[in-house]
Each structure stands twice: as C-alpha cells, then as structure tokens.
Design a protein around this ligand. Structure first.
Ligand SMILES: Cc1ncc(COP(=O)(O)O)c(C=O)c1O
Length: 364
C-alpha cells in the first residue's frame, strides 16, 4: 500500500485507502445485496438510491443552490469542451469567449470552433503559461452578450490556479474544475455551469460531474442529439443510458469520506494549503536546484510543475524517488520536467515525506 500512499500522479490521482478497501469489498457484494458492484443494474432501487445519495453528498459539500442540477455524464472533461458548444453556442448567433491559460484551456476553444464563433479574450501562451490574467488584463474584454465565458480554474499541467479574488466574472460563466473541484469551498452562484471529470479528487475515471443552473439548461439547443443534450440528461435524472455505476459508487464513497472523515471542504482546504506550503517551502529552500514553472501568486495547491538544471538531474531524481516509493512525479509530456500533484487523498504526511526527499536529494 506504500505506493498508493505516495502517489503524486497528475491523474488519475490517489484515492483514500479506506475508499479502496470498501470498493474492493463491493466487487464481491455491494451493501449486503449479494450482487457484485460490477453486475448491479442501473434500473435497480439500489442504484436509484446511490444516484440520489451521490448527488446529495455533492450538494451538501458544495452548498449547491436549489436552482442548479447535478448531472453524472461520461466522456471526461474533453467531451464537455465540445458539448457546451453544441448546447449553448451552435445556431445561437453569439460568440463564445475563452481564457487560454494553459494546456487544457487551450483545447476547449478548438472543440468549440466546429460549432460556432469563438473568441480567445486572453492567452498566456506567449509567456509559456507561467501566469494567469489579472482583472486588468480582462478589463473591457468580457462581452455580456457572449454565449458564455469559459476558463479552467486549475491548470493541471502548468500548476496555475485562479483564486477567489481573481476568478473571472461574466454573465454566463462556465468553468472546468476537473483538477480542483472538492479541494476547497467554492461559490457555486458565480457560475452558470461547473464541470469536472472524476479522476483527480472525485473518484476514478468514467464519470464527469456537471453542476448547471436551470436557466442555462433551458438554453440547450433542441437540435443537439439527446445523448449530448444537457436537458435530456437532466430530464432523465442522469440515467438516459447505462451510467458508469462503478465510478459513481466510488464517487459516493469519496464524498462520504470528505463529509465524515475530513469534516467538509473548509477542513479539506486547510489541509491542502498545509500540504502545498510544505512543498513550496522545500523548493524555495533549494531554489538554486529546482525551478517552479508557475509564477507567484498564481501557483496551484493541487499541482506543482517544476524542473531541474538538466534532464540528467531530473532522470536521477525520478529514479531515486521511485526507489523510495514515490509515484507519478513525471511532468506532463507537453512541458516535460517534473510535477507533484497533491490531490485530496495525498496526506500531509506524504507531502512532508516528499519535502524531505526534495531537500535531501543530491544529484549524481
Ligand atoms: C483541467 C482539465 N480539463 C480537462 C482534462 C481532460 O480530461 P479527460 O481526459 O477526462 O477528457 C484534463 C485532463 O487531465 C484536465 O486536467
């Protein structure tokens, strides 16, 4: 189990050990039904209850207002890039606005271009995605007539994150929170739609959570094929076709863990801040040796992308860290280097262990 404890992968991320154990038991028989989780019908009463409980756990944790629906969809974060444009941009005669602040937010407008008019109102590409836009950068660029403004709250690859104060404002704000949803409290009311694939802080890959305001749901273009239509999924209570029962079950266990073991998202946020502080502190103490990709104050609490003076040093860091049980410290293929991802299930103790390794590491 040591490798699970020291899994710093960018995603799929570590899950709580207690959740892994319960999932293992459910593979044989779930909740004393005598039926394996993998053979459980999505038309059963048991699944109806699971669907409702997973939704109510999310509502409780995120304090989701009543005029928002919670949907469980498939196709990952990437399908959302296309789906939002199919539902809210196509045939609208409006423009969809995008903030491009890293690898993942750059993908979203590419999918939307096939559906309608797209405008990138700010891009950090020329600066190597090392910072996020300030309020001044966005001034007078956000169009209240736009179909929506899309941005990514936490850039998983580059390790950049918007704070409460720098969150963009727009009439119809859509946010990809794939790598930081459930890591801290958020103000859902600021958004028309929030989405996140599960495989960072929510559970395993296979389910994507969409939190959508009813007023936006009503705008879903009727010509969108039902299987890609938010309103059709909402009308079917996310059982339009066979849902990913396994992933939703694990999501429910993870949200139980957040509520019962952690004590909610404010407590989770305090732990996540302490985890990130301990690692940033270690990097700062050896800044002659390590270079953090993102500039302060835009540094993420979930992902720290960093590099060393040479590829050889990085290779030796990876090799030695693996020998000591650390997993998933390779950087994303698009920027190379190294990355430590500190999702919810990575403990403060694991971060302290990695910080010690970072401080002690001597390259060959
Ligand atoms: C912020 C963000 N958005 C979208 C994606 C793409 O998600 P998926 O692989 O589920 O399509 C990722 C992948 O890691 C991501 O980190």
């Amino acid at each position: 189990m040591k490798t699970n404890v020291l899994n710093f992968s960018g995603g799929p991320g570590a899950l709580p050990i207690s959740v892994l154990e319960k999932t293992q038991a459910a593979l044989e028989s779930v909740d004393d039904t005598g039926v394996s989780l993998l053979g459980m019908s999505h038309r059963s009463d048991w699944y109806q209850e699971l669907n409702a409980k997973a939704q109510s756990n999310l509502r409780e944790l995120l304090d989701i207002p009543n005029d928002y629906e919670v949907l469980f969809l498939q196709g990952g974060g990437s399908l959302q890039f296309a789906m939002m444009a199919m539902n809210f941009l196509k045939s609208s005669h409006q423009t969809a606005q995008y903030i491009v602040s890293g690898y993942w937010s750059a993908k979203a407008p590419l999918e939307a271009m096939a559906q309608g008019q797209v405008e990138v109102i700010w891009s950090g590409e020329s600066e190597g995605y090392r910072r996020l836009p300030t309020m001044d950068d966005l001034k007078n660029r956000v169009d209240p007539r736009a179909a929506y403004l899309h941005y990514v709250s936490n850039e998983t690859v580059e390790g950049l994150a918007f704070s409460n104060d720098t969150t963009p404002q727009a009439q119809t704000l859509i946010c990809d929170m794939s790598s930081d949803l459930l890591s801290k409290p958020i103000e859902v009311e600021r958004y028309a739609m929030i989405y996140a694939h599960a495989q960072k802080n929510l559970g395993p890959a296979g389910v994507t959570v969409v939190i959508i305001q009813r007023a936006l749901l009503e705008r879903a273009q009727p010509h969108t094929p039902p299987i890609l239509n938010y309103l059709a999924h909402s009308n079917a209570n996310s059982i339009l076709n066979t849902p990913p029962v396994f992933s939703i079950y694990v999501l429910k266990l993870v949200t139980d863990w957040l509520i019962q073991d952690i004590g909610g998202l404010s407590k989770m946020a305090v732990i996540n801040q302490a985890k990130a502080n301990c690692l940033y502190q270690a990097f700062t103490e050896r800044e002659d040796f390590y270079k953090i990709h993102a500039k302060p104050p835009h540094r993420s609490l979930m992902n720290i992308a960093f590099s060393m003076k040479s590829v050889e040093q990085e290779r030796s860091f990876l090799q030695l860290s693996k020998q000591q049980g650390f997993l998933g410290l390779e950087g994303h293929r698009s920027i190379g280097g190294l990355r430590a991802s500190l999702y919810n299930a990575v403990s403060l103790e694991a971060c302290e262990e990695l910080a010690r390794f970072i401080l002690d590491f001597q390259s060959v």
